[in-house]
Write a protein that binds this ligand. Structure first.
Ligand code: GDD
Ligand code: MG
Length: 360
């Protein structure tokens, strides 16, 4: 039996893919709330008990995830009155774990999508007889992450969260947000106050000579901090670039959920999702996007890498590329909205108001 803690909360939580009005961690990726993929992937790797550590009300999650039995796990919720930080949340959630002091405990950040071999990480943790094992990935620009240099055996040499100076950037190897802790190590985290696992626990453990083992696995890995990456994650799940048992349909170029209406002649590709009650009109071309429930894309719209909120309406011929349209917003016909643009929930943009093209 393997137990896990899923971190979903915090003041600075980056799970803010869109301005939609639904609770943020429940915004669907590939047709289901993003966390469903993490839970299903953990279950598939043999995890049987998950404690979700949140600062949100449990009412946000419980109606959908319940006791976890639909996912084949026993799911519990622990709600912090005040955000306890990553380390404090782990310590607090561990009260619900049932394993002994030497048992491995998986811990996941709730805002990453990864193809990590979870069972493999647990196995290597036990083989290395480590106190904590960390999944590490290499990235081009490590500045927004926790830097984790290791020696040739994988032993962690330092942990520098979000380096501030060029001198601190000693590696492109970063903390991928998935750990295995020896249970007794979690119990050594101070209780009842905010603790950052990245800034306090890991450096403290290293200073005291604990064995932290880094496993650099070159696998699918995406941090969902930005809406662009959330849309990308959804598209990759639909296309099967990364596997999740929670995707409600076969892998392919598009996932059209029951109750959606796609006109003949509309073209869906690149892992596009069309939610229940959404309507895609004739001539629309939609690539790698999320169209949430009840939204409408008008005739001949051209939509790429965008997130269209629930009930939003996009008028004919409008071009969206890397855009986020909030729930219930109305974007008139003949607009052109590109990279990074955010339309507020319920906002109304008149026809032919905006374009990005040059005059020539
Ligand atoms: N329950 C609870 N309480 N969860 C929290 C709290 C808290 O007070 N604070 C943060 N979390 C959760 C977030 O919801 C997220 O799932 C995870 O812990 C990490 O927190 P973030 O705020 O998203 O941190 P980050 O993205 O800046 O950096 C972290 O992730 C990177 C990888 O994506 C760090 O772990 C970095 O070292 C790492 O590289
Ligand atoms: Mg994050």
């Amino acid at each position: 039996m393997t137990e896990a803690i899923l971190l979903v909360g915090g003041q600075g939580t980056r799970l803010r893919p869109v301005t939609v009005n639904t609770p943020k961690p429940m915004v669907p990726a590939a047709g289901v709330p993003f966390l469903a993929h993490q839970i299903a992937r953990a279950a598939a790797a043999g995890v049987t008990h998950i404690v979700m550590a949140t600062c949100y009300l449990a009412e946000v999650f419980e109606p959908y995830f319940g006791d976890g039995s639909a996912f084949g796990v026993h799911l519990e919720y622990v709600v912090e009155d005040e955000p306890l930080g990553t380390g404090g949340a782990i310590r607090n959630a561990a009260q619900r774990l049932t394993g002994g002091p030497d048992e491995p405990v998986l811990v996941f950040n709730g805002d990453i999508l990864t193809g990590l071999d979870i069972a493999g990480l647990v196995a290597s943790h036990q083989e290395a007889d480590a106190d904590v094992s960390l999944h590490l990935v290499r990235v081009e620009d490590p500045r927004a992450f926790g830097l984790v240099p290791t020696d040739s055996e994988g032993r962690v040499l330092a942990f520098t969260e979000k380096p501030q100076t060029p001198e601190e950037i000693v590696t492109d190897q970063i903390n991928a947000g998935c750990y295995v802790f020896r249970r007794s190590v979690i119990d050594s985290i101070p209780a009842g106050r905010p603790v950052s696992v990245e800034r306090e626990t890991f450096p403290g453990l290293l200073a005291s000579g604990a064995k932290l083992h880094g496993k650099t696995e070159d696998t699918y890995w995406l941090d969902l901090g930005k809406p662009e990456s959330f849309v990308q994650a959804s598209a990759d799940l639909v296309r099967g670039v990364v596997a999740s048992p929670a995707v409600p349909g076969p892998r392919g170029e598009a996932l059209v959920l029951p109750g959606a209406e796609v006109a003949e002649g509309a073209k869906l590709s690149g892992g596009t999702v069309v939610g229940a009650g959404a309507r895609i009109e004739a001539g629309a071309v939609v690539r790698g996007s999320i169209v949430l429930d009840g939204a409408t894309l008008g005739a001949d719209t051209d939509v790429s890498a965008s997130l269209i909120g629930a009930r939003a309406v996009v008028g004919a011929r409008t071009v969206l590329d890397g855009a986020v349209v909030g729930d219930g917003a109305q974007v008139g016909a003949d607009n052109e909205l590109r990279t990074g643009v955010r339309v507020w929930c319920e906002a109304e943009l008149p026809p032919a108001s905006l374009r990005f093209s040059s005059d020539r």
